[in-house]
Design a protein around this ligand. Sequence first.
Ligand SMILES: [Zn+2]
Length: 303
Amino acid sequence: MTEGAGHERTIPRVGLRCTIRFQARAAEERLTARTGFCRSVIMGQLGLTVENVRCIQWNQQEKAFDVTLMDLNIFNRVAETCVKEAGVSPLSDYRVVNLDRPNFRVVTEREPVSPVRGLALGEPTTVWRNVNHPALPNRLRDLSWMTAHEILPVRSVMHSRGMGANPTCPRQGCGAHETVRHVLWECTAAGDQWAMAGSLQFPYLPAGEVLTAQLVLYGVSPKKVPPALFQKQWLTLSAIKDAIWTSRNLLVRKRMLIPPVAVIRMAAATLKVVVAAGGRPRTQPQRSLASVPIRTWEPEPHN
Ligand SMILES: [Zn+2]
């Protein structure tokens, strides 16, 4: 991120669906502490429950909480309250910014985009371009977006938002914190799945030795790839991540253990649907696995 960037400048160009930013007007503990914010603003003034909120992400650089609501109805309701009660404390202690799509219009091309942790300067632009890559259908864009923001509802993310009791990977014998990177790349289960994908099924999957976390998660690679080829690579990688994430959700919600070969078959099926849709890249591939409806974006049930 460029030094001295103003507040407006880090609003991502892609827009953040159903997301509202609450930026503390003063760098005081009472405004920037998560628990206090959740209690006074989220639960108190806005009257939201855990079910209404997809995630609350603290943005250190902006000294702001980015709150992603479950759906558009809740988002609209909250936005309305924020306008109505802008002058009422504690809301008045925060500058409220709408990060949803309409915000897209006020951000110009020259603005730098959100930093992504662990990436070298200059690369975030590539990341944000890939998140919204025209080759991806909406569902894969959503997954890429949540991956880049590290807000996919994995256990460590839910735990840090106070919405899950256990930050540990659900795979038996793993024991690591389930981060976004862990579930899609570092976990042994993910390793097995990527290894399986490395067989002959995907003509556009980069060869095993050049498959890196940066490439898999964000589509960033030091190797120059022609755009037409990259488009196919990125779609392939996204479809595999989608299948890995789905298999993880089936494990958590339905206690179904999907073997790597079936996960990869699922990815291949997604790819086939997307490629068949050809000129209509924004269609949503429908998937089913043994007739079990898969609802990927639901938060993990917490009791
Ligand atoms: Zn694991």
